[in-house]
Design a protein around this ligand. Sequence first.
Ligand SMILES: *[C@@H]1O[C@H](CO)[C@@H](O)[C@H](O)[C@H]1NC(C)=O
Ligand SMILES: *[C@@H]1O[C@H](CO)[C@@H](O)[C@H](O)[C@H]1NC(C)=O
Ligand SMILES: *[C@@H]1O[C@H](CO)[C@@H](O)[C@H](O)[C@H]1NC(C)=O
Ligand SMILES: *[C@@H]1O[C@H](CO)[C@@H](O)[C@H](O)[C@H]1NC(C)=O
Length: 664
Amino acid sequence: RLAMWLKLLIVCALLWRDRSSAGPPLRHASWLQDAEDAMDVQKPPCENFHEHACGNWHAQYGLRALGAHDTRSSLRALNKQLFVRHFEASGGREGQLHAFYDSCMNDRQSLHVYMEALQRVLPDWPLLNNATHFSWSRGNAAVRRFGAHGLWRLLVQQNWQAGEQQIFYLLPPSFELLGRSDMNEFLYQRYLKYLLLELGLRVRRAAQLAQQLSAFEQQLQRLLPGEQDSAEALVLHAPQTLQQLDAQLPQLQLLDYFRLLLGDAFTPQLLLVADTGYLQRLPALLSATDELIVSSWLLLQLPAHFELHLHEDTSLAAQREQCLQQLNRLMPQQLSQLLLRLLHGSDAAAAAFYTEAQRELQRVFDALQLQFERLMNATYIFELDGATHALALQKLRAMQLLLPQPEAPAPATEQQLQTTLGYDAKLLQLSQAQSLQQFRLALGCLQLPCEASAAASSWTGSTLGALDVNVYYRLKLNAVELPLGLLRAPLLQETAAGSNYHRLARLYGGLGYMMAHEMLHGFDYAGINYDAAGRMAAGQWPARTIIRFGARSGCYLSYRYSNATVMINENMADSEGLRLAFNAYREQLGESQLNSTALGSFFVAFAHNWCGHAAAVALSGGQQQHPGHWERVNNVLGNFPEFAEAFDCRAGSLMNPPDKCRMW
Ligand SMILES: *[C@@H]1O[C@H](CO)[C@@H](O)[C@H](O)[C@H]1NC(C)=O
Ligand SMILES: *[C@@H]1O[C@H](CO)[C@@H](O)[C@H](O)[C@H]1NC(C)=O
Ligand SMILES: *[C@@H]1O[C@H](CO)[C@@H](O)[C@H](O)[C@H]1NC(C)=O
Ligand SMILES: *[C@@H]1O[C@H](CO)[C@@H](O)[C@H](O)[C@H]1NC(C)=O
């Protein structure tokens, strides 16, 4: 019994230490130690390298509550932990961020703030004041001003034909809350009913109206063609001007809609890509529906968008999560700056670190490009086709590395957040500012070539904040994009940290591999249809070259790969990308230092990208699938003869299969 109590006490003490230890986690001395701790050296490397490298890896207590389940989500969780400690310690100095986080955690939300905001834009809402006239077009715009979506989603995104240009996309609603199941619908209807009760409706009336609203939304949903993700198909529509679209769909009163959104900046020349199928079917439904239903539905889209009270009984952890996500979405630049400061101690130290990091990452990127160029010059794929070879080299050389630029907060979000406001009002203010900023971006560059500098740097959007840890290849920009959330220890070290080969192995096997993986997406089955400028160029590669490409990539369809046809692009990018990183690492290290320890260290660093298990998320149809971590690591390394050599794996062992894949 005593032993048991003692153990419990020790556990408590450990947990306590884990909670109270402040300051940046994973300092240099410890990142190597952490890497070693993750390993299970009892497990023979040739039998299952993922287990060998990651067998003892687990997310620290406290990080799990912040969503850590594998190496990458742990980095995100570490960033969150830094923020939570900072915001929840007394006397933080981060004015706006702090005020917003505080009110998000503590304020009681109120529906009336949202209703009043809408009424200031458009006074007449039948449900609120018995108005007899309601313009759904204006109501639809009123909701969008605050960042919520109404009868359609209005997004600002890159023009698929000209990546540097931002244009408007008019898409059907996402129906996120309504969903497609009876259970979802039931919960959503109940949610609407609560909102209506809060507006002062009697119970029976609220229940009846909620039911009508959800029925209306289902009718909207039925205007979509089948289950297919129309956003995917839409990407291929050519942009047109608002004027053209308005002539095509006069009943939608689009000029009026945009005038209300854009005010003085309004012009009928702005560019749009629209899902015209959905929009054409919309007016008939609207004219057949009671005005009270349409207006009330639009009205409630605003609080629903901000998830008002949706998480009423959430745990503290979930609430923190929600508040941090809001910060990441609405004040990405400020949050990124704060992350750098918290990681490095001061703005000056952060700037010094980040400048050096940018240089170093660009060097690695250049080295990967060079390695790829060498492989392209030697490959069988282009052997008889100098023209395609030249196009591929051109694309590779034009490929850019995009790094977040946290030091340039956007003017619109910089404006003073009124600290006296409650949470709801702050939320609306920030979201409205963000919408305005996006609209300006789309208006800033109507003509190509685009000169507005704001548009040129538009890729520093909300996907690159401090809580983002996914790396992307931007097909239409021909660029690899790294998020700020990853640019930290243990992936990126201060230059002096660690002995040389450890540090290089970590750099090339970590961020180097990730960049190379994305680089390969420029030349996978999707990538080869786009040219150096990111323009659609299907048919640019002649058939015989595609056949050769297919012959080499066919190996990735073998029995070793599960769901191979779905995941072939990922599997190619993994193995071929690691090849680039490996070659660059070897060259960087130099022949004199190459021995099995240094090589092994690279392979361990690679495996450590994928410790833990993949999140059990339901993947929707359009999304790119990735194989599980275990399969990923072992299959990739099984393709490297150098791996088998470094660990002395006998032929035919799991990690040294006979049929090794190599395309380039
Ligand atoms: C709307 O009209 C009803 C009666 O038709 C009345 O009871 C209610 O107070 C009115 N609401 C407002 C906000 O004027
Ligand atoms: C690849 O080949 C091109 C000519 O086809 C040449 O200009 C280039 O220098 C070569 N690159 C490398 C890295 O050898
Ligand atoms: C293969 O893909 C299907 C759906 O596309 C999924 O349900 C299944 O779990 C996948 N299998 C593996 C082994 O990943
Ligand atoms: C391998 O080379 C590294 C330097 O790259 C050196 O530190 C290490 O001791 C060497 N290991 C062996 C077993 O020779």
